[in-house]
Design a protein around this ligand. Structure first.
Ligand SMILES: [Fe+2]
Length: 240
């Protein structure tokens, strides 16, 4: 049994399709999504449809939540505001209901999934260092938890202390816990434009983060054609 665990798709269909194709090639049997299906890029409806067709476990991301609210977007920066206004216009009632019903935290088999943090899952704060990770570990009751939100893949390991690993793969050890950011499928921000997702190989007790090239040009053209801010297309190339 192998899980493909992805998130922060952000309506980037080309990136999402590349991840799913790679996952199939790698022999993944199950799919899991850690949230932020929509927001930023030009294919929110298609990305949502694929997730729903797969019927895979999903948790809610902050963009999934924001997209179905009718609250003012005054507090957001102009780029995010424009993208969110556009995304809200695209979603129908049924899609909003699906997003609205997503839970913040779920357990799948023997692991947990959350979008942002386990200590305040609906607060949408960011885990950017080992101290943030320690706060989440306090609420982690499974050996393994997968998350997203920072758009930067990272593996934190907890034994006597909490440390981020240098490597992008880990052999799970008994007695240790792991809090693993799967990176972003549709809008990586670690300076590497390639899509990111994780494979959890249950039999071998191994987690590996994979990076993949995808048809970025088409994704960028669609963003421009949709009338979304050009910067949203440009940043995909920068991996920011
Ligand atoms: Fe995100």
């Amino acid at each position: 049994m192998k899980y493909a665990i992805f998130g922060d798709i952000h309506a980037n269909l080309e990136a999402f399709e590349a991840v799913l194709a790679d996952a199939a090639e790698m022999g993944c049997t199950d799919h899991v999504c850690v949230g932020d299906i929509v927001g930023y890029a030009a294919d929110p409806n298609r990305c949502l449809a694929i997730i729903r067709e797969m019927g895979c476990p999903v948790v809610k991301g902050n963009h999934d939540e924001e997209a179905i609210l009718h609250t003012s977007l005054e507090g957001l920066n102009p780029l995010a505001r424009h993208a969110m206004e556009w995304t809200r216009e695209q979603l129908n009632e049924d899609e909003c209901e699906f997003l609205g019903n997503l839970k913040l935290v779920r357990q799948v088999r023997d692991f947990t999934i959350v979008h942002a943090t386990l200590d305040t899952p609906g607060g949408w704060t960011y885990v950017t260092n080992k101290f943030d990770a320690m706060a989440s570990f306090s609420y982690q009751f499974t050996q393994l938890c997968f998350y997203g939100h920072t758009h930067t893949p990272r593996i934190y390991s907890k034994g006597d202390s909490v440390e981020p690993l240098e490597e992008m793969s880990v052999q799970l050890e008994m007695g240790r816990k792991y809090f693993i950011n799967v990176g972003s499928t549709g809008q990586p921000r670690d300076g590497d434009w390639r899509s990111s997702y994780a494979i959890y190989d249950v039999e071998n007790q191994e987690v590996t983060i994979r990076r993949l090239e995808y048809d970025i040009q088409t994704a960028q053209d669609k963003i421009i054609d949709a009338g979304l801010p050009e910067m949203l297309a440009h940043r995909l190339s920068l991996g920011k």
